[in-house]
Design a protein around this ligand. Structure first.
Ligand code: ZN
Length: 392
C-alpha cells in the first residue's frame, strides 16, 4: 500500500513537473514580467546576465581569426516561422545545418533557430544596447556547441551556446529580404501557430554577410531560465528595415491574447565582465592588420575560447588598445525546435526549469538502471528527452 502511495505521489510530481516545463510561464509585463523571472528561475538573479549596455570606449580590442558561418546559404528542406507566444521563431529542417566556427569560439557550433526582439516603438526593442543606444529590433541566431550533441546538454556547460546578434536600423525602404517573413506574420498572429516559407532561399538572406566586426562577451539567455552559457557576438553593422515592416512584428499575439508589442529584457549589470571589440584578421604573417596595424596589439596566440570565466578572460592573450576607437552608427532558448540528436525532427518548444528536470545522458541512464520505480522514471526519461529546451 505504501509502495502504491509512493508511486502515486511520484506520478503526481511528474505531472506537476511536466506542467511546469510546458508552462512557459513568463512574460514581459506585470507579475510575469522580467523583474519576477528570478522568483521561479534563480539563475535570472545571476551575476553575468544578458542583455548589457556595451560601452564602446571601454571595450577591449582584439584581433581574432575570422568568424565563419558555414552552409548558411544552403537551401533547407523546409523553413518554418512560428509564433510561440514570446516571439516569432524561424527554424529549418535540413540534413546539412549551418555551423559557425572561429572568432572567439572554441569549437563548432550548430544552428538551432533564430528569433526576434522588438519594442513598442522604433526608439527601443533591442536587448543589448551600444553606448546607451537601443535599436528598434534585434535578431538572435542561436547555435549550440556540436560536441554536446543537442541544445539541452549544451546548456549544462558555460560554453554551450553562441548567439549571433544582429541589430536593425530604420530605413525608408522595405528590406526586400524581409518581405516574405513580414507577410507571413499575419499567418502566425495567434500563439502556437506556424507557417512555411515558400520563397526564402536560405537563412543567410535574413542576416548580413559581413561578420568581421563585432562585440563579444559571456552572458546568459535573455529569457528564463537565464542560463549563463552564452557567448554573445553582436555585430557592429546593422540590418536595414522599414518602420512598416517592424510594425508588423508588433501585431502578433502573446499567450494571453494581447498584441506582443514588446519582448525585450531590460539591461542587466555588467558585473565586472570584459567586453571585446573584435576585428578579424586573415592570411599569414605578411598580411596587413588594417586599423590595428599601428597599435601593436596583434594577438600572438589568439585565444581558442572566450567562453570562459571572467578570470579566464584576464589571463587570456587578449590585449587592450589605447589608440583605436569604435564608431557606432546611429542606428540589437523556447524556442524551438530544439533539435535533439535527430536534427530532422522538429521538437515542440518548451522552457526547461533545471530544478525540476533531470540532467540528460549519463544521469538519466543511471536512474533508469537503479530505480525500483523504473516505470515512472522511464516515463520521466521520455518526457525529458522529448521536451527539450527552447531559447528566445
Ligand atoms: Zn533572443
Amino acid at each position: 500500500m505504501a509502495k502504491l502511495q509512493k508511486t502515486t505521489t511520484s506520478l503526481i510530481g511528474l505531472i506537476a513537473a511536466f506542467t511546469l516545463v510546458r508552462g512557459q510561464d513568463f512574460g514581459y509585463e506585470g507579475k510575469k514580467g522580467p523583474s519576477h523571472w528570478g522568483e521561479q528561475y534563480n539563475t535570472c538573479f545571476g551575476k553575468f546576465q544578458s542583455p548589457i549596455d556595451i560601452d564602446s570606449l571601454t571595450v577591449k580590442h582584439a584581433k581574432l581569426p575570422p568568424l565563419k558561418l558555414n552552409d548558411s546559404n544552403v537551401p533547407p528542406d523546409q523553413t518554418v516561422i512560428k509564433n510561440n507566444g514570446h516571439t516569432v521563431m524561424v527554424s529549418i529542417e535540413a540534413d546539412q545545418r549551418p555551423t559557425i566556427t572561429g572568432g572567439p569560439l572554441g569549437g563548432t557550433y550548430e544552428f538551432a533557430q533564430l528569433h526576434f526582439h522588438w519594442g513598442e516603438n522604433d526608439t527601443m526593442g533591442s536587448e543589448d544596447s551600444i553606448d546607451g543606444h537601443s535599436f528598434p529590433m534585434e535578431l538572435h541566431m542561436v547555435f549550440y556547441k556540436k560536441q554536446y550533441r543537442n541544445i539541452r546538454s549544451a546548456m549544462e556547460n558555460s560554453d554551450g551556446l553562441a548567439v549571433l546578434a544582429f541589430f536593425f536600423n530604420l530605413d525608408d525602404k522595405d528590406n526586400p529580404n524581409y518581405i516574405e517573413i513580414t507577410e507571413l506574420l499575419s499567418n502566425v498572429s495567434e500563439p502556437e501557430t506556424s507557417a512555411p516559407f515558400t520563397r526564402l532561399n536560405s537563412i543567410q538572406d535574413l542576416i548580413l554577410s559581413d561578420l568581421d566586426e563585432y562585440y563579444t562577451y559571456h552572458g546568459s539567455l535573455t529569457t528564463p531560465p537565464c542560463s549563463e552559457v552564452v557567448t554573445w557576438i553582436d555585430f557592429k553593422q546593422s540590418i536595414p528595415l522599414s518602420h512598416a515592416q517592424i510594425e508588423l512584428f508588433r501585431t502578433i499575439q502573446d499567450n494571453e491574447g494581447h498584441h506582443l508589442t514588446h519582448n525585450f529584457r531590460p539591461i542587466q549589470p555588467l558585473g565586472g565582465r570584459d567586453v571585446y571589440f573584435v576585428t578579424s584578421f586573415t592570411g599569414g604573417d605578411n598580411d596587413s592588420y588594417g586599423e590595428f596595424e599601428k597599435d601593436d596589439t596583434r594577438l600572438e596566440d589568439p585565444p581558442q575560447d572566450l567562453t570562459q570565466t571572467n578570470s579566464d578572460y584576464k589571463q587570456s592573450t587578449l590585449m587592450e588598445t589605447t589608440t583605436y576607437r569604435t564608431v557606432t552608427n546611429d542606428n540589437e532558448i523556447d524556442r524551438k525546435p530544439v533539435h535533439e540528436q535527430d536534427h530532422n525532427e522538429l521538437v515542440e518548444p518548451t522552457t526547461i526549469d533545471h530544478r525540476n528536470v533531470h540532467k540528460p545522458g549519463r544521469n538519466i541512464a543511471s536512474d533508469c538502471r537503479t530505480s525500483t520505480l523504473w516505470l515512472i522514471i522511464s516515463l520521466h526519461c521520455i518526457v525529458s528527452i522529448i521536451y527539450s529546451v527552447n531559447i528566445y
